[in-house]
Design a protein around this ligand. Structure first.
Ligand code: SF4
Length: 647
């Protein structure tokens, strides 16, 4: 009787495990089996590729998992991975991750907390979270393969999965060589040929011993994959295929050809604009993404020439799709979601780039109600809508600020919470603005940009939005006068609350400026260095005001003597001194801006103007190069665009 019961429970265990495997990709059985029986069930489960839940898997030792894998399991056909610096959720901060990855790998151990490169795995070795783009590829693969054949893992566990049967390893590349705006600049401050952490981490994957041993096909995709082609490193890293573009629409056919080694397939696969999927063609991801990223929009339409999303058709994901993605993340342990967008104000946008506030309110309310989600992070916004209708921020603040995990003592929120969306301010020069990014200020004109930035910042700060603002130094044709205009804007922002991050111009692939030359650190003018280090003086004072400035006051001159002067010349000397906290009265004759006697105010900054009258009435006015997403249905049908209904 006892034996019969044991056999029955074992059979039930295996049966329920199989069912769970095929239906959900997970396995869990605790009802009938004894501890010993459970072990047999789950080791058998491993052989059938089931994914074991954490609480169940804790009953087994690593050795048992290993045994099962090595002797009973074939290696999966497809392994997906991403570098630790891109997959890590360290501090739940995208910009801290971004800047950490900009540090030269040589000095990484000194400046990077080892936690910043840590990722987490399930007991079976699969990654708990990876970049959202990789999750999307996994989801598309899981339409045609089982979970046993497709494994997403971190580099630490690559050797547990890549084996003789593995046909393909797909690598997500956000910034594989570190030649994007931020990393390219900051890593070079310590020397021209230093490799940033991002690049070093990518290298660890492509040179991993198991990759060399089993020689699976290597496919690289993601927003920074183009860097490998531009730097001509495909042969060196033995990359078989590089995919550049949105993949969902063409995935099935493309992957079949890749797996079959179709000789007619180009090595560098550039997906055209016509291959961009509709939101209906983009599935809900099957597993959790790093930072709990949930896409709410794709594409922009404001038309900035240096920007990739500018060329993508603007799309908003249906609320149901967004909530399902949030639920997937929460179910697998995420307590925070990041609502990813090129501009949050484009979500369900109305004609003429009007912000749809009710839709945004509903979005935040619904996401906050997802069981398990405690905090919500925003990604990018533009500043012009904040000025056009300040009630947008007023109405959204109760849905955004209290749900942020970020704190700052200057916040008036009861818990000192702040929102820190990313905003591209780019330049203070109306001339450069007019040439490269005039749609960014819509409905305002280039000459109104300074007022728009100041008014927008005042409104944002008043509601505890302390944004992460980026600037681009060295846009093609930038003159001394242009840099002075940017410095003037920066001076006007001296009491603003937020982060100001200067980057150097890099011609990104798939932008209208991809053929332009990069700005070079070595060619930076004294004014550009002043701009760069004045931004960092602000950041130091705002985010590290309570910390001792002793290390900067004496460490920075040391850097100048030992390295900075040799690498960049004497032009960086006085800007560096300002950054280090030396009083401006010693440098006022050497620098453009003069902060002598100035002390940072804790009050809300005041913009010089209260009302700014929009310079444009419609996105279709002459000279604008914007795509109004609400008009696309007319454009697609070949008909004349419907009359704009906005102001
Ligand atoms: S506003 Fe300009 S820079 Fe920002 S996403 Fe849109 S096109 Fe790109």
């Amino acid at each position: 009787m006892g034996l019969f019961r044991k056999r029955r429970s074992l059979r039930q265990g295996i049966g329920c495990l199989r069912l769970a495997d095929y239906n959900t990709g997970h396995a869990e059985c605790t009802s009938f089996c004894s501890r010993a029986e459970l072990k047999i069930v789950f080791l058998a489960g491993l052989a059938s590729g089931a994914r074991i839940r954490a609480e169940t898997a804790q009953r087994f030792s690593w050795a048992q998992f290993e045994l099962a894998r090595r002797f009973r399991l074939p290696s999966p056909e497809i392994v997906l991975t991403a570098s630790s610096s891109e997959a890590s959720e360290w501090r739940h901060s995208i910009w801290q991750q971004m800047l950490s990855a900009a540090i030269p790998a040589k000095y990484g151990h000194k400046f990077i907390n080892p936690e910043a490169l840590k990722t987490e795995s399930w007991p079976d070795g699969r990654a708990k979270y990876v970049p959202n783009g990789l999750r999307m590829v996994e989801t598309l693969l899981l339409r045609e393969y089982s979970e046993a054949d497709v494994v997403t893992t971190c580099i630490e566990n690559l050797d547990k999965f890549v084996g003789p049967e593995t046909k393909l390893v797909a690598i997500h590349a956000h910034n594989p060589l570190g030649i994007s705006y931020a990393t390219d600049v900051y890593s070079k401050l310590a020397g021209e040929n230093l490799m940033p952490v991002n690049a070093a981490e990518f290298l660890k994957i492509v040179t991993h011993p198991v990759i060399k041993k089993y020689r699976p096909k290597i496919v690289v995709g993601g927003p920074g994959a183009w860097q490998l082609e531009r730097a001509n490193r495909l042969d060196e890293f033995k990359i078989d295929y590089l995919i550049d573009g949105e993949i969902e629409k063409v995935f099935s056919d493309l992957f079949r050809r890749i797996m079959a080694g179709d000789p007619s397939l180009e090595r560098v696969i550039k997906l055209p604009k016509s291959a961009q999927p509709t939101v209906e063609e983009i599935p809900v991801v099957r597993h959790r993404s790093t930072f709990g990223v949930v896409e709410i929009t794709r594409g922009c339409g404001r038309g900035c020439q240096f920007c990739g999303p500018a060329t993508k058709v603007g799309r908003s994901f249906p609320l149901d799709h967004i909530l399902q993605s949030a639920e997937v993340n929460a179910r697998e342990g995420a307590t925070e979601v990041m609502l990813a967008s090129e501009d949050m104000f484009l979500y369900e946008q109305l004609p003429n780039f009007e912000t749809n506030v009710p839709a945004l309110e509903k979005l935040f309310e619904s996401v906050a109600a997802v069981p398990g989600i405690e905090t919500i992070q925003t990604s990018h916004i533009t500043i012009a809508p904040v000025v056009k209708d300040p009630t947008i921020i007023e109405r959204l603040t109760p849905h955004v600020v209290p749900y942020s995990h970020l704190r700052h003592p200057d916040s008036t929120d009861p818990n000192n919470c702040i929102a820190d969306p990313i905003i591209g301010l780019e330049t203070g020069s109306p001339r450069l603005f007019e040439i490269f990014m005039k749609g960014k200020a819509y409905p305002y004109k280039a000459h109104q940009w300074r007022d728009v930035v100041l008014k927008g910042m005042e409104t944002l700060n008043r509601h505890n939005w302390f944004p992460f603002c980026t600037f681009i130094i060295g846009l093609p044709g930038e003159t001394e006068q242009d840099t002075k205009e940017s410095l003037n804007l920066l001076y006007d922002l001296r009491d603003a609350k937020g982060m100001f991050v200067p980057t150097w111009f890099v011609p990104l692939e798939n932008t209208r400026m991809e053929k332009k030359a990069s700005a070079k650190l070595i060619e930076m003018t004294d004014l550009q260095w002043e701009f760069f280090f004045t931004c960092w003086k602000y950041n130091r004072e705002f985010y590290a005001a309570d910390r001792s400035s002793y290390q900067w006051t004496f460490g920075v001159p040391l850097y100048y003597r030992l390295l900075g002067k040799r690498l960049f010349g004497e032009g960086i000397k006085y800007p560096l001194w300002r950054f280090a906290g030396w009083p401006d009265r010693f440098m006022r004759k050497r620098l453009y801006l003069d902060f002598t006697g100035y002390k940072r105010s804790k009050k809300i900054m005041r913009a010089p103007v209260d009302q700014i009258v929009p310079g444009f009435k419609s996105v279709r006015e002459h000279g604008l190069n914007m795509i109004d997403a609400t008009q696309l249905q007319y454009l697609a049908a070949g008909a004349d665009a419907a009359p704009a209904t906005g102001s």
